[in-house]
Design a protein. Structure first.
Length: 65
């Protein structure tokens, strides 16, 4: 695995971890009745999509070879 693919895979994992953090924040926000819970949920979903797109990009590049 070359350096670029390794950096992209690490970035995807960071996106997934950030997404999990925002989801946990959203759950806590919904339980406590906070006003930022919906925004945390949206940001978590956005990071999840970015992470999945990054992994998809890596897999497509590997299949093209």
């Amino acid at each position: 695995m070359d350096d670029r693919k390794k950096r992209l895979r690490i970035a995807a994992i960071c996106y997934f971890l950030g997404s999990a953090g925002f989801y946990i924040g959203a759950v806590i926000g919904f339980i406590s009745g906070g006003s930022m819970a919906a925004i945390d949920l949206l940001l978590g979903s956005a990071l999840l999509c970015i992470g999945a797109a990054t992994l998809h990009r890596i897999n497509n590049e590997e299949q093209d070879k």
